[in-house]
Design a protein around this ligand. Structure first.
Ligand code: G4P
Length: 528
């Protein structure tokens, strides 16, 4: 077996999806604890303020070091290398989340036992389904009273449309929580408080028949448990690796993240069964992870980590081959060789200079704006990875300067912010307006704040007559030219120079589509 395929097979690259407050941050801490990445769980905590208020988010972003290093967390566990890619918590940043999900091989869904399936979980699940991403489920907060476990699984099956295969099963709940039974190994993990910060999460009995177990949980509870297990095993699906890998079935675990309980069986099962890096589609062919040559794509850009330097870090998911410090790679969009200088890997909470990286890993590449989201790197081949979407924004504002002399800085700031992907920047062909599009209204506040803090530009965002945008494609040059001429008033270009239709209303868009059947109006731009 080649080094590449051996290393690829060791990798488990995933993201956690959940509705805010279900326990994603807490679970992340515990996973890192098991990975030996941090001594005392708690270091990820600072981030959670992010979702509460704009001002908190901004303060947090000033401490950019934190949010960058927590974007990718890598730790070894049980002979595997686990890469956990963070998904932004705030609802406004859905677009970023979608793109992170294109860079993983599987996902972990966290559900609050009392709340069940929530709105954002449903949305994220839809995204996972687009690529049939395998999903494991962790039902959290078992130390509190919640829904009946059988009903909860039923809810997941009906609302999310995925088969559930319980792997652990709770013994009691809330104040009566005693532990979980592992339905495959038969082991019983007892719930013991005070193990929050230890790596061994509980006392383990080999089976429910262990005579000592009765002493610990009581005869009544044990007999109820036997009945319940019979019911569960009869009524639920048993774990099927193929169905899980195909995204049709989700293995389910129960626990309490904050008490560090039930996390270890989850992690053990995860590293064993979650898929290693998978083949990836490109414009030319599928790329296999064990190919010798390096390929990868950029799914996230983070600007101005250090306000002293105007550099940005592009996060590249390695899809095949081996990355080695200082190597050159072919940047397909520009057609140029690029030195991947000072690339970073993300080990635990420290940024380190990357020595090497393998399929499934993420490296951070410093650059000054030459790299965009969706860009592909290879060792010479000219193809692009597909399926990294740029969504049409739904809210638009015109940027107005308080100091007109700062126009250049404003333009530069808007361009650079839109490279990060959260906002998009458009310039109409017929006016000097600078229009910012976003998927959430909070992003305008964030943009105004950052323009001031990072570019010294005092700008406000005011309403503009744009309802939606579409990227324009047309196979016939002649038709396109005609379309451009007739619609110049509603056309603009985005930050990448692509032609975009800026529709003043949905009705207008519909009419334009009917009038120009040869022109394609795309709601997403696949960055290629
Ligand atoms: P998120 O990243 O998904 O948004 O959730 P986060 O981990 O921040 O957890 C949300 C809240 O739920 C936190 O409480 C956290 O302590 C709590 N929590 C997480 N896991 C469990 C669990 O297993 N049991 C119980 N009872 N609570 C849990 P908070 O009050 O918002 O914050 P804090 O005061 O605890 O820091």
């Amino acid at each position: 077996m080649s080094d590449v395929s051996r290393q690829a097979l060791r990798r488990r690259t995933f993201a956690i999806i959940s509705h805010p407050d279900a326990g994603k941050t807490t679970l992340t801490e515990k996973l890192l604890l098991f990975g030996g990445a941090i001594q005392m769980a708690g270091s990820v905590k600072g981030r959670k303020a992010a979702r509460h208020a704009t001002s908190d988010w901004m303060k947090l972003e000033q401490e950019r070091g934190i949010s960058v290093t927590s974007s990718v967390m890598q730790f070894p566990y049980d002979g595997r290398i686990v890469n956990l890619l963070d998904t932004p918590g705030h609802a406004d940043f859905g677009e970023d989340t979608y793109r992170v999900l294109t860079a993983v091989d599987s996902a972990l869904m966290v559900i609050d036992v009392a709340k069940g399936v929530e709105e954002r979980t449903i949305k994220l699940m839809e995204v996972c389904r687009m690529r049939d991403t395998p999903i494991m489920t962790f039902i959290n907060k078992l130390d509190r009273e919640g829904k009946d476990p059988i009903e909860l699984l039923d809810e997941v099956e009906t609302v999310l449309g995925i088969q559930c295969a319980p792997v652990t099963w709770p013994i009691g709940m809330g104040k009566r929580l005693k532990g979980v039974v592992h339905l495959i190994s038969g082991e019983v993990h007892l719930y013991e408080q005070g193990r929050n910060f230890t790596r061994q999460d509980s006392t383990i009995f080999a089976s429910i028949d262990d005579p000592l177990l009765e002493a610990r949980i009581g005869a009544d509870m044990l007999s109820d448990l036997r009945d319940e297990l019979e019911l569960v095993q009869g009524a639920s699906h048993s774990f099927d690796l193929d169905a899980y890998h195909a995204g049709r079935q989700t293995p389910v675990f129960f626990g309490s993240a904050v008490n560090n309980f039930g996390v270890q069986p989850l992690l053990d099962f995860f590293v064993k069964h979650a898929p290693p890096p998978q083949p990836r589609e490109t414009t030319e062919r599928a790329v296999m992870p064990d190919e010798a040559k390096l390929t990868g794509f950029v799914f996230k850009i983070q600007a101005n980590m250090d306000p002293q330097h105007r550099d940005r870090v592009a996060f590249m998911r390695v899809c095949s081959g081996r990355f080695e410090a200082g190597m050159k790679a072919f940047h397909v969009r520009s057609g140029k060789e690029m030195k991947l200088a000072n690339a970073l890997t993300f080990m635990a909470s420290d940024r380190e200079i990357a020595v090497e990286a393998w399929p499934g890993d993420v490296i951070g590449i410093h650059n000054h704006g030459t790299i965009s989201i969706g860009d592909t790197f290879t060792e010479g081949e000219r193809f692009s990875f597909t399926g990294i979407p740029n969504f049409a924004p739904e809210l638009f504002r015109r940027a107005r300067l308080r100091d007109p002399l700062k126009l250049k800085q404003l333009q530069k700031g808007l361009e650079q912010l839109s490279e990060e992907g959260a906002t998009q920047f458009f310039r109409p062909l017929m006016s000097n307006d600078l229009i910012l599009g976003a998927v959430g209204v909070l992003q305008f506040d964030v943009a105004a704040y950052r323009l001031k803090a990072e570019y010294g530009v005092d700008a406000i965002f005011e309403p503009v007559g744009v309802a939606t945008t579409r990227w324009i494609h047309c196979d016939s040059e002649k038709k396109l030219e005609e379309f451009r001429e007739k619609n110049a008033a509603n056309l603009g270009i985005d930050a990448a120079g692509e032609l975009v239709y800026l529709a003043p209303s949905r009705v207008n868009l519909q009419l334009a589509q009917e009038r120009w059947p040869d022109v394609r109006f795309a709601a997403t731009r696949e960055t290629a």
